[in-house]
Design a protein around this ligand. Structure first.
Ligand SMILES: [Fe+2]
Length: 476
């Protein structure tokens, strides 16, 4: 088994080298035209489930800090109905959890009844079936819990951003479903309902039905983007993130956060930190304090992979949204370097881009050191804002390509991150136009904690014989 694992890793490493990721590259791939318009409301992809008051827009997310709970959410349209989840390891559904119901209005839109139900005390590595709704309208789904927190627990995450509800969005979902991803890390901008007159909430509902094919069966770790803000004082809507916060729950209390907008979860061998680009984050704000404390709580001996999600990228060489992440970079980048964050995923820019390990922590307003430099302690920054929404692609990159940018391409797609063990992960970005097994950007990542110099020596002595492979992939 080990030989096969090493062979796979070696092949991936070789593919990195031959694909030219050792120098900055802008892909010359030209995608075929595919209209960036939303799927019509009457489409079968938005079909309302049959039956009176049938649950719709079903989605689950992690419900605690360590992956032994899920939050099941759904909407009923005609009446509240029961907010109960029946679940079990078999379809006899021998257990029951009770949830809550909420709803909201947004200008002239009135939402259905939105249910959130925490299902806790689950066993790791177990398939659970669950049923919601009444009588003939009841609907059944399933999900699988992750392995227990363990530094060598292998696990596969998908990364999707800026999804929207076009046929490109659907293509992204369909491609993702073939990859074996077990949980989605979502980097913000969900439905793009705010692009409609009066921020038409009907497009929140249609989006919930479109993505149910995935969200009902595996957790999506939610994060918000600018399209979730929905601040419309002209319509009398002066609170922010109103539809998003009513519809999408996060387990923020479990990570001692004071807001559902920023939080952390641990899953298998990963510690995932979700940051809100559009909530206060400068020094002394709640998000700043929370992140400062959460980073201290990270235990790389148990969860070696430290991953940060945000919406607006800190490093971006696309003309779209250029420099918008600079304020968060100024606030948090030094911590990312100090704590050796492995990967920072962002969206917002409707294209794909991956950086080298670089930092700009020496910059200050008078030093003149204003260009990012290679830094082995720095994260790799990856922009995956290419889910396929109605705004289309951001195809104008800065020219020439900055040194810190390793690979970039303006196509729709999604990423897959396979955590293999405490030391290695295989990452790939899949463009929609390719088949499932033709990733357009592949990298083997070393863990930033376990493969630092002292850890690396101990590892070589006590664990695996990776010398040859490490020689191949030492550039990463
Ligand atoms: Fe955005």
């Amino acid at each position: 088994m080990m030989c096969w694992g090493l062979l796979v890793l070696s092949l991936h490493a070789l593919s990195c080298l031959v694909s030219g990721v050792t120098s900055s590259r802008t892909s010359s791939y030209v995608r075929t035209a595919f209209p960036s318009t939303d799927i019509p409301l009457e489409s079968e992809w938005f079909a309302v489930p049959k039956g009176y008051n049938a649950p719709q827009q079903v989605h689950i997310t992690q419900g605690d800090y360590d992956g032994k709970a899920v939050i099941v959410s759904w909407v009923t349209q005609e009446e509240p109905g029961p907010s109960e989840v029946f679940y079990g390891k078999e379809k006899q559904y021998d257990q029951k959890a009770e949830g809550t119901t909420t709803n909201y209005t947004f200008y002239d839109y009135k939402s259905g009844y939105i249910h959130h139900c925490l299902v806790s005390g689950l066993e790791y590595n177990t398939k659970y079936y669950y049923k919601i709704g009444n009588g003939d309208s009841a609907r059944e789904f399933w999900f699988e819990t992750p392995p227990a927190i363990d530094p060598d627990a292998s696990y596969t995450f998908g990364i999707i951003g800026d999804l929207g509800q076009t046929f490109n969005s659907l293509s992204t979902l369909q491609h993702y479903e073939k990859t074996g991803g077990q949980t989605v890390l979502f980097v913000g901008d969900l439905s793009y309902a705010d692009r409609y007159e009066h921020d038409d909430g009907i497009r929140w509902d249609s989006w919930g039905r479109l993505v149910e094919r995935s969200t009902a069966y595996q957790p999506w770790i939610w994060n918000s983007g600018n399209h979730e803000i929905e601040y419309r004082p002209d319509l009398g809507e002066t609170s922010t993130f109103k539809p998003y916060l009513h519809r999408y729950m996060t387990p923020y209390l479990a990570s001692k956060s004071s807001s559902p907008m920023w939080y952390a979860v641990r899953r298998a061998s990963a510690h995932i930190i979700v940051l809100s680009s559009y909530s206060p984050f400068v020094k002394y704000t709640p998000q700043w304090w929370w992140l400062k404390n959460e980073l201290k709580r990270v235990d790389r001996e148990k969860t070696p992979w430290l991953i940060v999600l945000m919406h607006s990228p800190m490093y971006n060489s696309n003309e779209a949204h250029y420099m918008e992440g600079e304020s968060m970079r100024a606030a948090f980048e030094k911590w990312f370097v100090k704590y050796k964050v492995d990967l920072v995923f962002a969206g917002h820019v409707h294209a794909y881009e991956r950086s080298y390990r670089i930092s700009n922590v020496n910059y200050n307003i008078t030093s003149g050191n204003r260009y990012p430099v290679p830094n082995k302690s720095a994260p790799v920054y990856i922009t995956v804002g290419d889910g396929g929404n109605q705004e289309g692609l951001a195809s104008r990159f800065l020219d020439p390509q900055p040194d810190y940018s390793a690979f970039r391409e303006a196509s729709y797609g999604h990423s897959i991150l396979q955590l293999k063990n405490r030391t290695h992960a295989v990452y790939c970005w899949n463009r929609n136009d390719d088949g499932n097994h033709v990733p357009a950007d592949t990298v083997v990542f070393h863990n930033q904690y376990w493969t630092s110099s002292t850890r690396r020596r101990r590892l070589k002595k006590n664990h695996f014989h990776l010398e040859n492979l490490e020689g191949l992939i030492s550039l990463f």
